[in-house]
Design a protein around this ligand. Structure first.
Ligand code: DAH
Length: 338
């Protein structure tokens, strides 16, 4: 029995001191001290020895147990230490590496264009009004002198929600809302989203317009020309020529479409302006007496002008963008060019 204990002591010392890591060390603990361990086996066999021998062997076995326990815990502390060191070494953060740059956002060209237009008109004294995008037939058409069955309704491919409720096809209905709210004199613009069932390289089913109008006594076509001339020179640059071309809108009489001298060729004629030297930018006119009647303004007392301009068109012309879809795809390679 004595030899057995001696052998166990030698083996355990060897095992413990050569344990490469905590997992192995735990296996060694189980091997000697576990429920079915080698030393546990000896201790439980003591009962069958004669009393003399039992006492002596018991004392030896218990001393050995204490010394194995001590050796294991000392080795355990040592292994833990070196394992921690290795982990710290392995997971070390290299603080000299350059950081990852976070990408900076840019203002969308449409937002920028819209803001520029608003700034120019508010600079001239126009206030800013807003109206609903879901609109009634009355405000979008009727009150603007576009009765049911009027052929002008075909000009605008309307999204219908119900027979009487639509997505507004232009910002002109905000004129009506504003005129119902305030008495003249009034001058305001209405920026916002509009919707038409149309999509190709120059049309998007949702796009942006800015509507504007001015009503007072003795407002003439000259005021309209002055305001739009100032707007165009400020937006496209001084020297841009402006042309008023007779046109038709149900809510203005007379009506005019406004062209600017071609930004590419300066008016000589090129592919962009189809050889005409001019680019169409917006619609305008003197507010039709029928519109005044719809809102209760006396057309014998008041006169005014109105205009409506598409932001996508302005931005596409200014930045020479030839496909409207680029403005809605949100490709950052495109968006960061502005
Ligand atoms: N509402 C017209 C459109 O969307 C644009 C327009 C033309 C607005 C003439 C006006 C105007 O106020 O006077 O096509």
């Amino acid at each position: 029995m004595k030899e057995k204990l001696k052998e166990l002591e030698i083996n355990s010392v060897g095992d413990i001191s050569s344990a490469p890591d905590s997992v192995t060390l735990n296996d060694i603990r189980v091997k000697y001290l576990g429920k079915k361990g080698l030393l546990t086996g000896i201790l439980s066999g003591l009962g069958s020895l004669p009393p003399e021998e039992r006492r002596e062997m018991g004392a030896l076995a218990n001393t050995l147990k204490t010394s194995i326990e001590g050796a294991i815990s000392a080795k355990g502390a040592e292994l833990k230490d070196s394992e921690l060191k290795t982990a710290l070494e392995k997971d070390r953060i290299d603080i000299t590496l350059p950081g990852r740059a976070s990408s900076k956002g840019t203002i969308h060209p449409l937002t920028r264009g819209m803001q520029e237009v608003i700034d120019i008109f508010t600079g001239m004294g126009f206030s800013v009004e807003e109206g609903p995008e879901i609109e009634s037939d009355y405000y979008n058409f009727e009150a603007l002198n576009i009765p049911k069955d009027h052929p002008a309704r075909d000009m605008q491919d309307t999204f219908y929600i119900t027979e009487e409720t639509i997505l507004r096809t232009h910002t002109s209905p905000v004129q009506i809302h504003t005129m119902e709210k305030v008495q003249p004199p009034v001058m305001s613009i209405a920026p916002g989203k509009v919707y038409r069932c149309d999509a190709d390289i120059t049309h998007s089913p949702m796009f942006h317009q800015v509507e504007g109008f001015m009503v007072d006594k003795d407002i003439t076509f000259g005021h309209l020309q002055g305001v739009l001339h100032t707007f165009i020179q400020t937006f496209f640059g001084e020297g841009t020529k402006v042309r008023f071309r007779p046109s038709f809108f149900p809510f203005t009489e007379p009506s005019a479409e406004v062209d600017i001298s071609c930004l590419i060729c300066g008016g000589v004629g090129c592919r962009v302006c189809s050889g005409t030297g001019w680019l169409e930018v917006l619609g305008s006119g003197m507010i039709d007496p029928e519109v005044f009647k719809a809102v209760g303004y006396d057309p014998e007392v008041w006169s005014g002008f109105a205009f409506g301009v598409g932001i996508e068109r302005l931005v596409m012309l200014k930045y020479r963008i030839n496909d409207i879809r680029l403005l809605f795809e949100n490709d950052t390679r495109f968006l960061t060019k502005f």
